[in-house]
Design a binder for this molecule. Structure first.
Ligand code: MN
Length: 272
């Protein structure tokens, strides 16, 4: 079976995805008593802080939403801010978690209720190094109506044949508060995401995953931009979307160009 033609993890076809998922299960999950891992690269921490600020500046997150990165020295851990508005995050707010989303050294800091999104995706997707969860507003109509979110132009080629939609009722029943507040719900979301770069969450928002902080910020921003553009297009007619081959080719090209908007967005937030 050939690899997916959409913006899925490029090196993972369906078979590769499941093999990788099995490999991920072999990552040892560390508990509270584990020896401290070597400190994460300060450049990575700085990128996480910058990404928080960019995602707010670009209208992807508001008081809610978060971005994480896998620990660069220990793949069984990830880095995520304490529970706070992303625009206000500083280096001291970035906490370390194991893949069951236990805080390694909380020091009184309160973690996000929905950190399980991150831990469970990192478990299932060894290729994923960074994750954004948001409630970005233009995406919600596509999460809630069943109208597919499809690439309007080459920049959003990573959307491929359209993100899957996570239905929380399948795992949490019909009276949940919609939050991914435990590992079971996180695992179900990760399964829905599968090899895709983005999943929508009905009644909630979306999640984007990628091979780096810069790539995941690119995907989160352009998922929102594409949703806005598609919403406009649907008002005036029937858009012709990129087909899967076009989307895959465009996604491959764009993966080499994510540094360009990152530098622009970074300069904007640093000059404020
Ligand atoms: Mn949320």
């Amino acid at each position: 079976m050939p690899g997916c033609l959409c913006g899925c993890a490029p090196e993972l076809g369906r078979r590769g995805f499941f093999a990788a998922a099995v490999a991920a299960a072999a990552f040892p999950a560390r508990g509270f008593s584990a020896e401290p891992a070597p400190a994460a690269d300060p450049v990575l921490i700085d990128d996480i802080v910058t990404a928080n600020h960019i995602l707010y500046d670009q209208g992807v997150v508001d008081g809610f939403g978060h971005i994480s990165a896998r620990h660069d020295k220990d793949p069984s851990r990830y880095l995520l801010s304490r529970s706070m508005a992303p625009a206000l995050v500083t280096e001291a707010d970035v906490m370390e978690f194991d893949l069951d989303s236990n805080a390694i050294d909380p020091r009184g800091r309160t973690p996000y209720l929905e950190r399980f999104i991150h831990g469970e995706i990192y478990k299932l997707r060894p290729d994923v190094m960074a994750i954004v969860h948001s409630h970005s507003p233009a995406v919600l109509p596509f999460a809630d109506t069943g109208v597919p979110l499809l690439p309007m132009n080459h920049i959003a080629g990573f959307l491929g044949a359209g993100p899957p939609v996570f239905e929380i009722r399948t795992v949490a029943g019909d009276a949940s508060d919609m939050l991914v507040r435990n590992n079971d719900i996180g695992k179900a979301l990760a399964k829905t995401l599968g090899p895709h770069p983005v999943a929508l969450m009905r009644g909630h928002g979306s999640v984007a995953a990628a091979q780096s902080v810069k790539h995941v910020v690119f995907r989160a921003v352009y998922t929102e931009v594409n949703a806005r553009t598609e919403g406009e297009a649907l008002k005036i007619g029937k858009p012709t979307f990129l087909n899967e081959k076009e989307a895959a080719a465009a996604a491959k090209t764009n993966d080499g160009l994510v540094g360009r908007p990152w530098e622009l967005w970074k300069q904007r937030v640093m000059s404020k």
